[in-house]
Design a protein. Structure first.
Length: 317
């Protein structure tokens, strides 16, 4: 197997936490050849999806965790698989890269996750396809809609559709003095869509990340417990990660969402669950592999590599 990985600069990652590094490492343990790309290495030349590839060798060494080979042009379709692991923001540059990867997909490579799914399944908005397991939600850019939603529920969360790591997430309660300015800021004065959800007090027990591999839930989640005085559990916002077994409600949510992920060729996703409600579906570059592995002895990246290999073999058959 020869696979490519599109990611942020590898020299900038923290290998103690980085899920993409773990994927590279496990592919390497299988004897697979791995090549590395950043987004500016991708191009289309006369209808062929191309990339400037560098072979990458991973090391479990906090001081020297990778070696890169010389850059060489390759046809992306010649790879068995390509992992698209570039972190958000999900901007037009990201969208343009999915066009290149979709062409690579047509020319022979399995892209994980599917480029069309990366475009279609916004990590906030895609929850609207599963209202039966989500909290009450509104997506709009109309200030009066948000104010009506607040009047109905009294305590809500507002967030942008393109954020990550807990950035620009606001909790608003009835009577809060800054309601209008928060809405104006998130919607850029009514020109940008944003999301509101009913506040879930169960956030105090953690925002659970459930990892999905080939439509099936890993049996354990990482509950991200908010820091004192915070409403956000994101690790990037100071949350504390606690690995735990899935609850019956977690398993139910996974059983509802999993088949639809498979239909969209999403082999690896992260469901965010508070209490018994689904709040986000992460499909771009879900994390938390390392933390769950450390607590329960799982090998989630290896499971993903096996799922990728099985998908390739099925397509070829």
């Amino acid at each position: 197997m020869r696979i490519g990985v599109v990611m942020d600069p590898i020299e900038s990652i923290n290998i103690k936490k980085d899920s993409t590094f773990e994927m590279i490492w496990q592919a390497q343990q299988l004897g697979w050849s791995v090549v590395y790309f950043e987004m500016n290495d991708l191009s289309i030349q006369n209808g062929i999806a191309m990339g400037r590839a560098r072979s990458v060798t991973a090391h479990q060494n906090n001081e020297h965790w990778f070696d890169l080979g010389e850059s060489e042009p390759i046809e992306l379709g010649s790879l068995d698989a390509i992992l698209m692991r570039k972190d958000p923001p999900f901007d037009m540059e990201f969208v343009y890269s999915t066009y290149i990867l979709e062409l690579a997909e047509q020319q022979g490579a399995l892209v994980v996750n599917s480029p069309s799914a990366l475009r279609d399944c916004n990590e906030k908005a895609y929850c609207a396809w599963f209202p039966e397991v989500c909290p009450e939600t509104v997506i709009t850019r109309n200030a009066s809609d948000f104010k009506e939603f607040l009047a109905t529920h009294n305590d809500i969360i507002l967030k942008p559709l393109d954020g990550m790591g807990g950035a620009s997430i606001f909790r608003i309660q009835a009577g809060s003095p800054n309601i209008s300015v928060i809405i104006e800021t998130l919607t850029n004065h009514g020109t940008t869509y944003a999301m509101a959800q009913r506040y879930l007090p169960e956030i105090k027990q953690g925002d659970k990340r459930i990892l999905m591999v080939a439509g099936e839930a890993v049996p354990y989640s990482l509950a991200r417990i908010p820091a004192d005085g915070e409403t956000r559990g994101n690790l990037a916002a100071g949350g504390r990660g606690v690995a735990q077994k899935l609850s019956d409600a977690d398993k139910h949510i996974a059983s509802v969402v999993g088949p639809q992920l498979l239909k969209r060729n999403i082999l690896f996703a992260g469901l965010d669950v508070i209490g018994d409600r689904l709040t986000e579906i992460n499909v771009t570059s879900p994390t938390c592999i390392k933390e769950i592995n450390a607590e329960f002895g799982t090998n989630i990246a290896l499971d993903l590599m096996h799922a990728i290999e099985a998908k390739i073999n099925h397509q070829r058959a």
